[in-house]
Design a protein around this ligand. Structure first.
Ligand SMILES: C[S@@+](CC[C@H](N)C(=O)[O-])C[C@H]1O[C@@H](n2cnc3c(N)ncnc32)[C@H](O)[C@@H]1O
Length: 438
């Protein structure tokens, strides 16, 4: 039998909560015992004083150390017990704490009141301090009741059906496929209520599909309401692996998006109009980013035919030549890459692909030019094609900003340095546009 002792000045408070429901049945069955101990019994003066004014001044009373220490020692004389101080400064109570505490044969909860408990109690008899959460209660009794309820229901035999715990929210052995998630939604009769229907699958009797649906729902609810539960830091290695595998599906959204890397009309350091050179790395890396984020086309724009010819050799090597057989991933990345002499050509290609003219969106490193956020542009690109223009050299000439439909907000890092390579900028902005942010 598990013993749960509570040291309190209000022992009667514990009569009602454990007289009904599942825990009361476990008490009747002799699986757990809840024993509220009147602290006043351990006060030695004739007024049974358990509190006093605090040293150092200030309003509010403090619970005296002697009665509490005596009460705990009296319990320990009878049997070993793990002593928990209910204290807002303690470790925050979670399902993990409940699981851990359920391993003790005997727990003793010390309930503070007023301003709290004389600090020396903690040093003398307390094993650990636990808080119910970041709020202040009038006394530890409410916290103790909650914790006893959460702990006792984990004891085998307390809940009728042991396996029902596996699927619950926060469980680490979740039958929903992933540990530490919220639970999937539940429905009961009637099948339709005030126009709202129970999901048809649940009425179908297709058990295997229902299990899959519930697993997906559990993950979805968790991502939506408590994404931090999926945070790796909260989990052990096995659960982390499980979650990683269950969530390792593409998370971005497919957009009507094409990218153009412009080598003209650019400016140099002095602001002079120039045509920049194509670089091998921009060909490879932006093709790979475009493929990863589902950008349908990557146009490399330069009016210089000689440059296009050299670059075409590189692309052909990977799409048709030796490279195609050597590395088929690279071939796949390059299938969307095309060299062209003007942005007009790129726009026409987009129009052919999506049946309407694309919105022209320039990118910049300068905040004052920006007219659209990544979140808004991501939304726009769900329904309208967007051709995203990236610059080279020292950036676009001013005229470009005057003719485009939008200028996308720049990437700002954690410092004043703002000189990303265009390859990095493409990857980061494609990530921002395709993720479900905003
Ligand atoms: C009014 S509170 C004292 C609050 C304290 N002066 C402070 O500011 O942290 C009285 C008692 O209620 C209990 N208590 C209050 N909030 C609690 C919480 N979030 N978790 C656990 N116990 C709590 C503790 O036993 C505490 O000693």
């Amino acid at each position: 039998m598990k013993h749960y002792n509570i040291v309190t000045i209000f022992p009667q408070m514990f009569d009602a909560p454990f007289k009904q429901g599942v825990i009361s049945k476990a008490i009747e069955a002799g699986i757990v015992a809840v024993n509220a101990i009147d602290l006043r019994v351990y006060a030695e003066d004739k007024h049974r004083t358990t509190d006093d004014y605090q040293y150092g001044g200030g309003v509010g009373l403090v619970m005296k150390p002697e009665p509490i220490v005596r009460a705990v020692r009296a319990i320990r004389e009878r049997s070993e017990t793990h002593v928990v101080m209910l204290d807002p400064r303690g470790e925050k109570f979670t399902q993990r704490t409940a699981e851990r505490l359920s391993g003790y044969e005997s727990l003793t909860f010390i309930c503070g009141r007023y301003e709290g408990v004389d600090e020396r109690v903690r040093e003398l008899v307390v094993d650990e301090a636990i808080s119910l959460g970041d709020f202040i209660l009038t006394g530890g009794e409410f916290a103790a009741m909650t914790m006893i309820d959460a702990v006792a229901r984990l004891i085998p035999g307390v809940l009728g059906d042991d396996t029902s715990m596996d699927e619950e929210s926060f469980s680490l052995t979740s039958a929903a496929g992933v540990a530490n998630t919220l639970e999937y939604p539940h429905y009961t009769r009637p099948p339709e209520y005030e126009g709202l229907k129970v999901p048809e699958l649940l009425l179908s009797g297709r058990h295997a599909d229902i299990v899959k649906w519930r697993a997906a729902q559990a993950l979805e609810q968790t991502r939506k309401y408590r994404p931090e539960l999926l945070d790796a830091t909260q989990l052990d290695d096995a659960s982390r692996k499980e979650i990683y595998q269950a969530t390792a599906t593409p998370k971005g959204k497919e957009l009507k998006l094409a990218v153009a890397l412009m080598h003209y009309p650019m400016q140099d350091k002095q602001g002079t109009l120039v045509t920049t050179s194509i670089t091998n790395m921009d060909l490879h890396d932006i093709s790979r980013s475009a493929a990863t984020y589902g950008a349908k086309r990557y146009f490399v724009v330069t009016p210089l035919q000689a440059q296009r010819e050299i670059a075409q050799k590189v692309i052909s090597h990977w799409t048709e030549g030796f490279g195609a057989g050597y590395n088929s991933n690279r071939k796949e990345a390059f299938t969307r890459t095309e060299l062209c002499d003007s942005i007009l050509y790129a726009m026409q290609e987009c129009e052919k692909l999506w049946g309407e003219k694309p919105l022209l969106v320039a990118t910049t490193a300068r905040t004052e030019r920006a007219t659209v956020s990544a979140a808004s542009l991501g939304k726009i690109a769900e329904s309208r094609p967007v051709l995203l223009l990236f610059g080279t050299g020292w950036g676009f000439r001013k005229e470009v900003f005057d003719v485009v439909d939008y200028v996308l907000e720049p990437i700002l890092g954690a410092s004043d340095f703002n000189h990303l390579s265009v390859r990095s900028a493409v990857a980061i902005l494609l990530d921002r546009l395709t993720q479900n942010i905003g």
